[in-house]
Ligand binder design. Structure first.
Ligand code: FES
Length: 102
């Protein structure tokens, strides 16, 4: 059975542990709220994208951390303002490099 795959996939670290508990640096800095915010923004903007929370991406000091595929870009210390800027750039067809982890 074929599945519908989104054009883009965003992963926000929510510090999930093996038992499924969200606990760690990114979660403590509000990553849970960012997941909901990003999902709402994607729906409002009509982007073909999916949002998922994930476990620790091993750059905790830069959290909350977000990874964007298929571009393979990593973003540090994301907040609602930075997510808006990233989504604005995508809508305008621009390269998003601000706040990117090199
Ligand atoms: S808890 Fe988010 S990168 Fe480690």
């Amino acid at each position: 059975m074929a599945i519908i795959k989104p054009e883009m996939h965003f992963f926000i670290c929510n510090s999930y542990r093996v038992a499924g508990e969200a606990k760690g640096a990114c979660n403590a800095k509000g990553a849970g709220d960012l997941l909901a915010y990003l999902e709402t923004e994607i729906l409002d903007r009509g982007l073909d994208a999916q949002v998922s929370g994930c476990g620790c991406l091993k750059v905790c000091e830069k959290g909350p951390v977000m990874v964007m595929y298929p571009a393979g870009k990593w973003f540090a210390e994301v907040d609602e303002e930075k997510l808006d800027a990233i989504l604005d750039a995508i809508e305008e067809g621009e390269e998003t490099t601000e706040h990117e982890i090199e």
